[in-house]
Design a protein around this ligand. Structure first.
Ligand code: 5RP
Length: 295
């Protein structure tokens, strides 16, 4: 039982102040409950409304790819600059300190290696495990137009149903096979399907032409994948154009951890994403940091 209230102070109910009834800051996310919104706030910075996700889950199908041979050595120095980590449960448990308290997006699908047909994935985690690991979201590959299209869509909708029960967002990742044309028409189809089928947010590739129409047609937040390694200025330019077209962040891996100076590069990417810095200025910032780091 609480103790009786003996204070002499007069109660104050602030009857002249109306409670605030603000909408949630993130596109398409206002109707979720508190837990889901709280997790999304661990991924997207409520101040800028955007995110820099650092992706290093590549080992789940390609083993120790270049830059990820020793995640404890090469990736741990970067995590303080990321808003969210995208990774597998194996790397989370073995390598990421449990004191890390920003967003965790868990790889939730997998199966085949690069030696096999990659699109033949299944769900690779149970919801209890995602809850145990305090996941902010779960990520699933979807192969629209691919041989295993329906299977991957079914993986996704099952994950969404499990995630919604636990208030854990689902990130749908549009994975494009070699045979498919990466243009705005395809990206509009793929991202819209994922949103309509219930993804909380969607990751897709940036396309040069009409990317703003991809964003406009998708009712949930879009983040772009980094893709294969580019020169630093080109990667910053791609991130800039995606953000200007309405993307709410990047999920970038190789263009950060395969950079000549990953610590400088992730900070330059942050400038573009959170401060709308133009690519030239962000690149100058990268070079300055790189010079300082090499002194
Ligand atoms: C794998 C993924 C990866 O997380 C992502 O593609 C890696 O990022 P990057 O392409 O920037 O190296 O979703 O399918």
């Amino acid at each position: 039982m609480p103790e009786a209230d003996h204070t002499q102070k007069e109660k104050q109910f602030y009857t002249d102040i109306q409670p605030k009834n603000e909408g949630f800051f993130l596109k398409g996310s206002n109707s979720y409950d508190w837990g889901m919104k709280n997790r999304l706030s661990n991924i997207f910075d409520p101040k800028s409304g955007k995110t820099v996700m650092l992706a290093f889950d590549h080992g789940y199908f390609q083993g120790p790819t270049t830059g990820l041979e020793r995640i404890d050595v090469t990736i741990l120095p970067l995590i303080e600059y990321a808003d969210t980590l995208m990774l597998t449960r194996g790397i989370l448990r073995t390598t990421i300190p449990a004191t890390y308290n920003k967003g965790i997006v868990l790889r939730a699908s997998g199966g085949p290696s690069i030696l096999k047909e990659l699109s033949n994935e299944q769900l690779a985690i149970d919801i209890d495990e995602a809850i145990r690991l305090n996941a902010s979201a779960m990520a699933v590959q979807v192969f629209v137009g691919g041989e295993f299209e329906s299977k991957s869509i079914h993986n996704m909708t099952r994950l969404i149903d499990m995630g919604n029960k636990a208030s854990i967002p689902t990130l749908g990742v549009t994975a494009v096979g070699k045979e498919l044309v990466r243009d705005a028409k395809y990206m509009r189809l793929a991202t819209r399907m994922l949103a309509e089928l219930g993804c909380t947010y969607v990751k897709t590739y940036f396309v040069e032409k009409d990317f703003d129409t991809v964003v406009a047609a998708c009712p949930v937040p879009i983040v772009i994948a980094g893709g294969k390694k580019l020169p630093e200025l080109d990667a910053l330019d791609m991130a800039y154009r995606a953000i200007q077209a309405g993307a709410l962040g990047v999920d970038m891996g190789r263009n950060i951890f395969q950079s000549e100076d990953p610590v400088a590069m992730i900070q330059a990417v942050r400038k573009v994403v959170h401060e709308n810095e133009n690519p030239r200025a962000a690149h100058d910032y990268y070079l300055t940091l790189k010079n300082e780091n090499n002194r």
